[in-house]
Design a protein around this ligand. Structure first.
Ligand code: ARG
Length: 574
């Protein structure tokens, strides 16, 4: 039951009945408000302004029309044209009973679309670090949400496995005569050392460029070493994904190298179509919609003077492939804000060249940076990137201390199991609960806090509900009875439970898991208020007790589903 949609449909119908036909572009905004009403529709004001009519009168007419439906208890209008809605308890109860019987908690499957989610996509040869966290977990949470709704999600990790870093490493290995004994070599070290040389040594950087070209023309020896580096990095990354409870595996990797045979064709095609031109030996695309500081069209280089292809060339081939071969209905990129202009340019060129149709939804779901307490980029003390594996281990270590304090008698095994769920969940949730478009400050005390909008708080709220059922020796899955919504706190909880579907749809449409996080946090606090005010364990009236148990059971299931659908586990004890 998508309450927001039902309200919108009623309002649109009422507008049409009033002779206002142009409703498709008219935004109807039902805001969730705590008090005193359940919903508020404020889009009528906009419509009236556009039509140059009195908004209060229009709102009154609409309110009059819609209130015949049984979903409403009371509909009243306030100036200058808000429609305030109180929902009917009977209807809420009916819907909650439906939700109780549904294995999907009342969430309907949507019409399935092929949605490509490009996420995580680390560059190969380096260990994953904190800079990969956001793309990996926000992309993964969105993939899970969309899949739950019924979409065919195609996860893709567009790994950087065809760039200059290999030229650098190959040149370095050659110099150190380490071309053959590559088996147990620490690639991260080689990468770092060769990078320093690349940046400081002109001769070396020339060599590295030569090696990049050599690799790209598929010199056998280079390809062999390259393959080993790629495989070893992928193996390492898979361990991180597993630890992070992220659904990406090897089979989701379609890296840059995959498109290598398409690249010459792309250059030719763009030149034939007069989209690309030669400029000082290189091949570039000039885009009128993107200007530099002097107001001149910005150029995107797609082939260098020496013949090398670029990140952009590959992304153009990739866009074409995703539409033509993978039949994408929607393509979503999860990378940080710095690639925004670049991706917009790629999409524009893709459309100009006809690789993707104009109507195709291609979105950049960008995100901000993770900062440390002093508002500087989140790095180690010495200024290096924090390895993702170190961050996760630290979180598990800290979670273990907390779990032990709460539960001193726990066995070592159980403690470790619990610490992993809490530690990993906390880091992921802390990130996912922030609006992705902004930066945030990473602070261990907040990440692992048992108070506030954190995973430990919500995981704990979940175990508290389980313990109610344990105390009464009743199964959460068998509880029967009729729901009653007499107290204000019961009604508030019932309504919140029903909003799960509209929330999950909104989180999916915007690719913003924080919307779901906010919801599950609010649900947990509302439950806590309900549990304090509405007695369950000591209730003498069995009917009231069972009604409250049903609400508790629904809350537990909704919390569990909400966390699971963003890739966070719940535990049965804490
Ligand atoms: N490998 C890139 C990086 O580390 C991200 C790739 C994003 N996807 C893409 N199709 N460009 O920045």
């Amino acid at each position: 039951m998508n309450i927001k949609l039902i309200l919108e449909q009623h309002v649109i119908q009422a507008l049409i009945d009033n002779g206002i036909r142009n409703t498709d572009n008219l935004l109807i905004n039902s805001t969730r408000q705590k008090k005193p009403w359940d919903y508020q529709i404020n889009g009528i004001i906009k419509i009236a302004t556009m039509l140059n009519i009195n908004s209060y009168n229009l709102a009154k007419k609409i309110a009059c029309k819609i209130h015949i439906h049984k979903i409403y208890q009371k509909v009243y209008v306030s100036k200058p044209g808000f429609i305030n809605i109180f929902l009917n308890d009977k209807w809420i109860i009916e819907m909650l009973e439906k939700k109780m019987k549904s294995t999907r908690l009342g969430v309907k499957r949507v019409e399935s679309k092929n949605i490509i989610i490009d996420y995580s996509s680390p560059n190969i040869a380096k260990e994953m670090h904190v800079g990969h966290l956001r793309s990996t977990i926000i992309g993964d949470a969105t993939a899970r949400i969309m899949e739950f709704l019924g979409h065919n999600v195609i996860r893709i990790s567009h790994i950087g496995d065809w760039g200059t870093q290999f030229g650098m490493m190959l040149a370095y290995l050659k110099e150190q005569k380490k071309t053959i004994i590559i088996k147990d070599i620490n690639f991260n070290k080689i990468y770092q050392k060769s990078k320093i040389k690349y940046e400081n040594d002109k001769m070396f950087s020339k060599k590295a460029k030569e090696y990049t070209l050599k690799l790209q023309s598929e010199d056998q020896l280079c390809i062999n070493i390259w393959k080993k580096i790629v495989d070893a990095t992928i193996q390492n990354n898979e361990k991180i994904y597993k630890k992070l409870n992220v659904t990406l595996t090897k089979k989701h990797i379609i890296g840059e190298s995959f498109y290598r045979n398409m690249l010459p064709g792309i250059i030719n095609d763009l030149r034939n179509k007069k989209i690309a031109v030669k400029h000082r030996g290189a091949t570039i695309v000039l885009l009128n919609n993107f200007k530099n500081r002097n107001g001149e069209p910005l150029g995107v280089i797609i082939q260098k003077k020496d013949g090398a292809f670029l990140y952009a060339t590959i992304d153009l081939a990739c866009l074409k492939y995703r539409y033509e071969i993978l039949h994408a209905d929607k393509i979503l990129y999860y990378t940080d804000i710095r690639q925004h202009q670049y991706l917009m340019q790629i999409i524009e060129i893709g459309k100009l060249a006809g690789y993707i149709p104009n109507h195709l939804i291609v979105e950049h779901h960008m995100f901000g940076m993770i900062l440390s307490k002093n508002k500087r980029p989140f790095k180690t003390r010495s200024g290096d990137n924090i390895k993702l594996s170190d961050l996760l281990n630290e979180s598990i270590k800290r979670a273990k201390i907390i779990a032990k304090q709460k539960n001193p008698k726990l066995s070592t095994n159980k403690l470790h199991f619990l610490a992993k769920k809490i530690g990993i969940g906390a880091v992921k949730y802390f990130d996912l609960s922030k609006n992705r478009s902004t930066n945030y400050v990473f602070n261990w005390d907040n990440v692992l806090s048992l108070d506030g909008n954190t995973a430990p708080y919500i995981q704990y709220a979940y175990t508290r509900i389980l313990s109610i059922f344990k105390k009464l020796n009743i199964s959460m899955f068998r509880i029967k009875g009729k729901i009653q919504l007499k107290e204000q706190c019961e009604k508030q909880l019932g309504l919140k439970l029903l909003q799960f579907e509209e929330i999950i749809l909104e989180a999916s449409n915007k690719g913003m898991p924080h919307i779901l996080c906010n919801y599950v946090y609010e649900l947990s606090t509302i439950f806590s208020n309900f549990y304090e005010t509405c007695s369950i364990l000591f209730s003498k009236n069995v009917k009231i007790r069972d009604s409250r148990l049903i609400l508790s059971s629904l809350t537990a299931k909704t919390i569990k589903k909400s966390l699971n659908v963003i890739g966070i586990s719940t535990t049965n004890y804490m």
